[in-house]
Each structure stands twice: as structure tokens, then as C-alpha cells.
Write a protein that binds this ligand. Structure first.
Ligand code: IMP
Length: 214
């Protein structure tokens, strides 16, 4: 495992919600994080079929363009009754014909698909959020970290915090959705904590322990 010595890195993302969360997580560790969006980098095409492949594509593109280490996140919602969909295509389910993203529409699509499967009880609506973080260096070296959180899809959506599908995801053991939690509650982690809650914070905890010794 390669350690990260620099205190500057690029957050290899154009997704404002993810950039905010990664900055929240990395901030207390003393990092300065520019994003691929701030640097006007072109968003690479996500041609992989796994979270790991897509995270690697994004991190390497930013590392090579900036000459700095870059941290990407590829993530999604895998719903058991839908055989793991939308999975790596979670962002695509929100895409409109004009290329913009509409997450209210995406959550409606999920609900419709679950109804069509007859999945109306909480037990039949189990799902997991997955996040794979990739740290890439300009020389092509990469390290990957996966975090997952189990829960269920609820309807109607609840809460206005967070981003994406947060209002329809209720983590196991909680009676609030990610959309009803503060950012601190959703992460459930700060440096040194033994556990984390969100998929992204769980992957980040592994990254921090492995590459930063935090
Ligand atoms: P991608 O990783 O850019 O392919 O997109 C992942 C998609 O999954 C995003 O568009 C989000 O809507 C969704 N997603 C990932 N993580 C979260 C989360 O923490 N909350 C809500 N939605 C998420």
C-alpha cells in the first residue's frame, strides 16, 4: 500500500454532493482539496461495468491532468429486488434527454420498478449504497477502497439534506433517511472513530487508515 505524503489532492468529481462530502471528510485531516470541476477538467466517460473500474477511470484522468494525487468516488444504490439495479447505472437513471439530472424523477423510477416487482413491504425493499474510492497518482499507481451500507428503500421520499437518492434510503437500525440526517450524522465518522455510517465514510475510513495512517 502506498502512503499519501502530499497535503494537496484533487477530488476527481464533478458531482457537487460528492465533492462536499469528500471535503467534509478530508478537511479535518489538514488537506487542501481542489475538485476536477474547479479545475475545469473534462469529465471522463465512465465506460466500466464495475464501481472499481469507473472509480479508477475518474481518478487516473484527474491525476494525469493535474500532476497531483487524485481521489475519486464511484458509487450507487444496489436494490436486491431489482437484482442489484440501478447499481453502477445509478446516475444514469436520473438523466434527462437534455443531459441534465433529475433525482426526483430517478426516485420515482425506483419506486415504480419496486411496485412492478410487488416489493411493498420493508423486508422486500432491502438495498445497499456502495462507494468505491480510488486514489491515483500521476505515475499510474492506484489504491482502491470499498464501503457499503445496508438499508431499505422507503416511499415517499423524506428529508431535504444530502443529495441524489438520500431521501429514499433508510440505513438499517435507523428510523430516519439519509435525507433527514445532518452531514455529520450521515458520515457517522471523524478521524480516529472506530466505525462510520455512510458507504462513502466507510470507504474513506479505510483510505484514511491505509494511506494517511489516520
Ligand atoms: P457516479 O458515481 O458518478 O456514477 O454516480 C453515482 C450516483 O449514485 C450519484 O448520481 C448519486 O445520485 C448516487 N449516490 C451515490 N452516493 C450517494 C449518496 O451518498 N447519497 C445519495 N445518492 C448517492
Amino acid at each position: 500500500m502506498r502512503k499519501l505524503d502530499d497535503k494537496t489532492l484533487v477530488v476527481a468529481s464533478h458531482n457537487a454532493g460528492k465533492i462536499r462530502e469528500i471535503r467534509d471528510l478530508i478537511g479535518p485531516l489538514g488537506f487542501e482539496a481542489k475538485s476536477a470541476a474547479d479545475l475545469n477538467f473534462v469529465e471522463p466517460e465512465e465506460t466500466g461495468t464495475t464501481f472499481e473500474e469507473n472509480a479508477t477511470i475518474k481518478a487516473l484522468a484527474s491525476a494525469r491532468a493535474s500532476g497531483l494525487p487524485a481521489l475519486s468516488d464511484d458509487s450507487g444504490l444496489a436494490i436486491e429486488a431489482l437484482d442489484g439495479a440501478p447499481g453502477v447505472y445509478t446516475a444514469n437513471w436520473a438523466e434527462r434527454e437534455d443531459g441534465s439530472r433529475d433525482f426526483a424523477m430517478a426516485m420515482e423510477k425506483v419506486e415504480k420498478a419496486l411496485k412492478e416487482k410487488g416489493a411493498m413491504t420493508p423486508e422486500s425493499r432491502t438495498a445497499r449504497f456502495v462507494s468505491v474510492l480510488c486514489l491515483a497518482w500521476p505515475d499510474g499507481h492506484v489504491e482502491l477502497f470499498r464501503g457499503e451500507v445496508e438499508g431499505q428503500v422507503v416511499w415517499p421520499p423524506r428529508g431535504t439534506s444530502g443529495f441524489g437518492y438520500d431521501p429514499v434510503f433508510q440505513p438499517k437500525g435507523y428510523d430516519t433517511t439519509f435525507g433527514e440526517m445532518t452531514a455529520e450524522e450521515k458520515h457517522g465518522w471523524k478521524p480516529g472513530d472506530a466505525s462510520a455510517l455512510s458507504h462513502r465514510a466507510r470507504a474513506f475510513k479505510l483510505f484514511a487508515e491505509t494511506c494517511l495512517g489516520a
